[in-house]
Design a protein around this ligand. Structure first.
Ligand code: SAH
Ligand code: SF4
Length: 371
């Protein structure tokens, strides 16, 4: 059986051609699937009965099973999805005044092992398939509509999810092919029709893949910088040993001439006494002086066993001020969904524990395998 959520427009056209259908039927099927969000080909009522029967015999619409569904006090909603073998990933809905953002996972676990990240500490299990990535958006829109989600944009007839950030579990550029195909579906006018500016991919800095993305599908780019010098970044973000700052920043500059926005966002997690001192801010400002960029400071979210503390608020504010004085737009990320462990980088650790202890998807979780 083909899972229709695995196919982009070209794949859908090829699949329908195999069934002896005209490729333009792909548009119709895509709209049923991604806009009207049906979960049954039988519901695609403007297709001939014969085609619906052929589709029903050869294809299904299947997203990962939902293990839990929690809503935080601030409206943030988190779904935990079973991706098999004891692995679960999360997708998080973040409502704001004028938009609904979905934070999507790309891998079960992550091999890159950043020192401060609970997903990294979990190790790498496997890449998500296109259907598992697209299925997160499909499911969130569907569940939110079914539950009568409110929001000014929803009242105007837009889908609940207006923005996607590839900032959930995993390193999206380490699962390049599936992530690329999923991005294609997010942008496709016959599917979700999101503009490139409303889709942001966050990466820890896989330089060759940043260059590929620039050619294949340049969406908004966020870089997890976290340090302004190689020795410190080597420690916090180990992939820096392979692609050091000079190479990473050069890739950002190349990316910018194809990017939908004229700046790169640098994410910077604030770790008490580690990367939050005035000299760090000065070093950082000097490092990126010539790059059109914005900073997003992320108060570090603790998880059990991590050897860090979050920088105290006054220090985060002082760091922000120094970057602003140096001429950089600098925001501090508001922590959302903390009471349900949906905040950045909290996604795996505690949740994975809970998955094992409380939900018991499978009795024996698979041990992590190397990529
Ligand atoms: N792998 C990608 C995307 C997922 S992580 C990347 O690293 O960019 C999304 C963001 O959350 C990254 O900037 C990451 O560095 C940050 N993050 C990870 N763990 C965190 C934590 N415990 N607290 C705050 N931010 C964290
Ligand atoms: Fe992987 Fe991103 Fe976590 Fe680093 S911060 S371990 S790249 S998910």
């Amino acid at each position: 059986m083909i899972n229709l959520l695995d196919l982009d427009a070209a794949g859908l056209a090829a699949f329908l051609a195999d069934l002896g259908e005209k490729p333009f039927r792909a548009k119709q099927v895509s709209r049923w699937l991604h806009q009207r969000l049906v979960d049954d080909v039988g519901a695609m009522t403007d297709l001939s009965k014969a085609l619906r029967e052929k589709l029903a015999a050869a294809a299904e619409i299947r997203r990962p099973a939902v293990v839990s569904d929690t809503t935080a006090a601030d409206g943030t909603r988190k779904w935990l999805l079973d991706v098999g073998n004891g692995n679960a990933v999360e997708t998080v809905y973040i409502p704001e005044d004028d938009r609904g953002t979905l934070c999507i996972s790309s891998q079960a676990g992550c091999a890159l092992d950043c020192a401060f990240c609970s997903t990294g500490k979990q190790g790498f299990n496997r890449n998500l398939t296109t259907a598992e990535i697209v299925g997160q958006l499909w499911h969130a829109n569907r569940a939110l509509l079914a539950d009568g989600v409110t929001g000014a944009w929803v009242d105007q007839g837009r889908a609940p999810i207006t923005n996607v950030v590839m900032m959930g579990m995993g390193e999206p550029l380490a699962n390049y092919d599936h992530v690329l195909r999923a991005l294609t579906v997010f942008l496709d006018d016959n599917a979700y029709g999101l503009s490139r500016r409303r889709v942001t991919l966050s990466t820890s800095g896989l330089v060759p893949a940043i260059d590929r993305l620039r050619e294949d599908c340049p969406v908004a780019l966020a870089i997890s910088l976290h340090a302004g010098s190689d020795p410190l970044r080597d420690r916090l973000v180990p992939i820096n040993r392979k692609y050091p700052l000079a190479a990473l920043l050069a890739a950002c500059v190349r990316y910018l001439d194809r990017a939908p926005r004229d700046f790169v966002t640098f994410e910077y997690v604030m770790l008490d006494g580690v990367n939050d001192q005035p000299e760090h801010a000065r070093e950082l400002a000097a490092l990126v002086r010539d790059i059109p960029c914005k900073f997003n400071l992320i108060p570090w979210n603790p998880f059990p066993g991590a050897p860090f503390r979050t920088s105290p608020r006054p220090r985060i504010l002082a760091f922000q001020q120094m970057l602003m004085d140096a001429g950089f737009v600098t925001t501090i990320r508001r922590t959302r969904g903390e009471d349900i462990d949906a905040a950045c980088g909290q996604l795996a650790g505690r949740v994975q524990d809970r998955t094992r202890r409380r939900f018991r998807i499978h009795p024996a979780p698979a041990s992590p395998v190397a990529p």
